[in-house]
Write a protein that binds this ligand. Structure first.
Ligand SMILES: *Cc1c(COP(=O)(O)O)cnc(C)c1O
Length: 370
């Protein structure tokens, strides 16, 4: 989808906020710990290249993405730092991986066995352990011992990292976290010796578990200024939300009592009401469940009324405002602030999904001096 630049709806990303969040986290790390910025899914909707560049400036020494295309986007932008692909990459693409100096996650013993067969030039890998996420990674002692044999005997496979991913690091309950810890300790015993990077820490593990056993932190959600636990756990330092979603009033009228608004005519005016139309809808990621959510105009909150359309939605105001008046869906507007978290709760999801769901139709603009 091409960005709609001639329409006044946009995502504004505060690069200073990202820089601040990265620096705050780095300040908490010791000198031997590095921070890799996680910029998968177009930087959680914020723009992968721009976020990567500011994160590197703020002290990140590498980047994580979820697939090879995302890694190549960073290389094409001229970014030179290590890029680790966190998920599966088919070994059919090994020449592209090598040409672009990409680091791969080894997701299974089978994958590693295939690599052992086809490798002709050095490739850097981080071996993933499934300690209790049930997603990718080596599971069980036998596969780890078999992996060790391959890694010990193939000099072309550069065994640079050993890692795992916690399923519940954002939770108050430590039960499953402890199970995963003990399993990863087993993996460390078998495979950990002399490996440059040991890493277990997503944002939640970094924030609330002291980046357990990690000399590298994979910092995602919190870098964007969002709390990975939602509201379950308190941030150890105040995170700054980088994302603003804003639009403008494109139409306003005063409807009489008893008029209907939107598809299905689900809203009816209770008296004379000022109703404004906004040029943003579910095709932008403002899903239909945002019906009723309060956006901010001139420092006051007003509800989205009627069903959200594909490209437009309507709000109810107390007074007439001129066409062109700014409307803040997420972010600061005078003394009012809408967190992405509040929107996520309103529609019954997590903050990650809200920013990732903002589509390419919304132009991304960048502010900040860092
Ligand atoms: C997405 C992801 C991260 C980053 O997680 P956040 O909660 O956003 O910090 C880290 N590690 C892996 C394996 C991931 O898939």
């Amino acid at each position: 989808m091409t960005p709609s630049n001639f329409r006044p709806s946009r995502v504004v990303v505060d690069l200073d906020a990202i820089s601040y969040n990265v620096k705050e986290e780095i300040n908490r790390l010791n000198k031997k710990q590095e921070l890799f910025a996680v910029v998968k899914a177009n930087g959680y909707g914020h723009g992968a290249v721009e976020v990567a560049q500011i994160a590197i400036k703020a002290g990140a020494t590498g980047l994580c993405v979820s697939n090879l295309d995302e890694a190549l986007e960073l290389r094409k932008a001229g970014i030179k730092v290590p890029v680790l692909v966190l998920s599966y990459v088919s070994l059919a693409y090994l020449p592209i991986v090598i040409d672009n100096n990409i680091t791969l996650a080894a997701p299974s013993l089978e994958w590693l066995e295939e690599l052992d067969q086809v490798i002709e030039e050095p490739v850097k890998i981080h071996l993933k352990i499934d300690s209790g996420m049930g997603r990718i990674g080596l599971y069980g002692k036998e596969s780890m011992e078999a992996a060790k044999k391959i890694l010990d005997n193939n000099e072309l496979i550069i065994f640079e990292g050993l890692f795992t991913h916690f399923a519940t690091a954002d939770s108050k309950s430590l039960e499953h976290f402890n199970v995963q810890q003990s399993r990863f300790l087993e993996a460390l015993e078998i495979l950990g010796e002399g490996v440059k990077y040991i890493h277990t820490a997503n944002s939640a593990t970094a924030l609330w578990h002291d980046a357990w056993e990690s000399n590298l932190v994979r910092f995602g959600d919190a870098m964007y200024g969002m709390n990975p636990s939602g509201r379950e756990l308190e941030e150890p330092y105040p995170l700054k939300q980088a994302l603003t979603l804003e639009t403008e009033v494109i139409h306003i009228k005063e409807l009489n009592k008893g008029e209907k608004v939107g598809y299905g005519a689900t809203y009816e005016t209770k008296g004379k009401e000022w109703v404004a139309t906004l040029p943003i809808g579910y095709a932008d990621g403002l899903i239909r469940r945002f019906q009723g959510y309060e956006v901010i105009v001139n420092g006051k909150k007003y509800p989205i009324i009627g069903r959200v359309c594909m490209d437009q939605c309507m709000i109810r105001l107390d007074e007439k405002v001129p066409v062109g008046t700014k409307v803040t869906i997420f972010g600061q507007n005078q003394h009012e602030f809408n967190s992405v978290q509040s929107g996520a709760e309103y529609v019954g999801t997590i903050n990650y999904e809200v920013t990732c769901g903002l589509t390419d139709r919304l132009p991304r603009m960048y502010v900040g001096t860092n």
